[in-house]
Design a protein around this ligand. Structure first.
Ligand SMILES: [Zn+2]
Length: 102
């Protein structure tokens, strides 16, 4: 009972289903890198969460659910209402997101 009381109410803010497929790079998934570069594709609505390295190849891409992405880095909840066709980046995990047009 006590545990329940203290559980965070809003640990998932995206309007998409938790099972929605999104892309992350293997650096985030396997090497514990921070998510520093996010895009929300205009054509297919796909979210991409990348570590901010310049040179990603398709080999670096991993498909996970949005819920897993939020679990990896709950701070991406801050981008849950970012419209299609926009991206956001930040320099470190503790700096503000800066939005840009794709
Ligand atoms: Zn990466």
């Amino acid at each position: 009972m006590i545990k329940k009381l203290f559980r965070k109410q809003k640990d998932y803010l995206f309007s998409e289903k938790k099972s929605t497929v999104c892309l992350v790079c293997n650096h985030i998934l396997e090497d514990n890198y921070s998510i520093l570069y996010v895009t929300h594709d205009k054509d297919d609505g796909m979210w991409q969460f990348l570590c901010g390295n310049e040179n990603h190849s398709t080999d670096d891409a991993r498909m996970i659910s949005l819920e897993e992405a939020v679990t990896l880095d709950p701070s991406i909840n801050g981008l849950h209402d970012m419209p299609l066709g926009l991206g956001a980046e930040r320099r470190t995990k503790s700096t503000e997101w800066k939005a840009f047009k794709l």
